[in-house]
Ligand binder design. Structure first.
Ligand code: C2E
Ligand code: MG
Ligand code: MG
Ligand code: MG
Length: 292
């Protein structure tokens, strides 16, 4: 930013900056087109309880492969959609599609799972955020306690009180709230206490070394203990190896999500995954918890 670089300095609009602006504009126009043509899709990644290895839920993750841009990661296009406001209708589409999928699972006898959906700060900041969520629940018939909304701490900055009121309203009807990516960015323990969250999701950055580094281990077990004292459920994200699973269950982590269990799956592969997982579940080490 020009202002940050101090007095008397001239901020030049470099070719690099120009390139980035053009790239973002192009991505936005492609994203608008993709939204109109309904070419976004969702994949679902299972979340498994460490206590018995059973699948407790799925996280819905948006996917986009553009004809011109190729596959674009949500980490790249979500910020562009946020800046432009496209995230509001797009996020609503994600929510409704994920709720419909959860209802489909329930119809196939898999009714005890929770569907987790990522929410953008921009969505949360909308005045009609709560009624919109209620409408979707109503339309799709999904019981509120089968839905979990994932928010991140960085999104709370700004209108914290308003956000808390909205999240409380949803909590009251039974919707679960998860604090996503805990351990990145600001990571204030205050949020853990003041936000009406039911679940804490530990970021992959914490999980990477949990099975080989004592410092990573003490971070995770301390945060888990605090979270449990506050009656929050703890989910570890980005678990890729059996050794991580073992370490995390010992430390009292309630749920595991990551490539170790499964990559995010297209909807039509969920049933196949569930059947195959039942086999794998039987040979999982269910370790007893240390006293954490
Ligand atoms: P997130 O919500 O923290 O999602 C977890 C990310 O980690 C996903 O990336 C997932 O594919 C990836 N992941 C899961 N397990 C593993 C693992 O074992 N190893 C590795 N290396 N990665 C793993 P993805 O799908 O690319 O999404 C990135 C981020 O984009 C999400 O992070 C979320 O913040 C955002 N996002 C995705 N879908 C939506 C959406 O529908 N709405 C909004 N607002 N944001 C979304
Ligand atoms: Mg998430
Ligand atoms: Mg996360
Ligand atoms: Mg993330």
């Amino acid at each position: 930013r020009a202002k940050d670089s101090g007095r008397g300095r001239i901020c030049t609009f470099t070719p690099e900056m120009n390139r980035r602006v053009v790239e973002r504009m192009r991505m936005l126009s492609r994203a608008r087109l993709a939204f109109d043509r309904q070419s976004f899709s969702l994949q679902y990644q299972p979340q498994v309880a460490t206590s018995d290895g059973r699948v407790r839920g799925f996280e819905a993750l948006i996917r986009w492969t553009d004809a011109e841009l190729g596959p674009v990661s949500p980490d790249r296009f979500i910020p562009v959609c946020e800046d432009s406001g496209l995230i509001v209708p797009l996020g609503l589409w994600v929510l409704e599609t994920a709720c419909i999928e959860a209802m489909g699972l329930a119809c196939r006898g898999i009714g005890s799972i929770t569907m987790s959906v990522n929410m953008s700060a921009v969505q949360l900041a909308q005045n009609d955020f709560v009624p919109r969520v209620l409408e979707v629940l109503d339309r799709t018939g999904l019981p509120p306690n089968r839905l979990e909304l994932e928010i991140t701490e960085s999104q709370m900055i700004g209108s914290l009180d308003a956000a808390i009121d909205k999240l409380n309203a949803l909590r009251q009807i039974g919707v679960h709230i998860a604090l996503d990516d805990f351990g990145t960015g600001y990571s204030s323990l205050t949020y853990l206490r003041t936000l009406p969250i039911s679940t804490l999701k530990l970021d992959k950055a914490f999980i990477n070394d949990v099975h080989r580094r004592p410092d990573a281990r003490s971070m995770v077990s301390s945060i888990s203990r605090i979270a449990h004292d506050l009656s929050r459920c703890v989910v570890a994200e980005g678990v890729e190896e059996l050794a991580q699973w073992e370490a995390l269950s010992r430390m009292g982590c309630d749920m595991i999500q990551g490539y170790f269990v499964s990559r995010p799956l297209p909807a039509d592969r969920i049933d196949g995954f569930l059947a195959a997982w039942e086999e794998r579940r039987m040979v999982l080490p269910i370790v007893s918890r240390d006293d954490v």
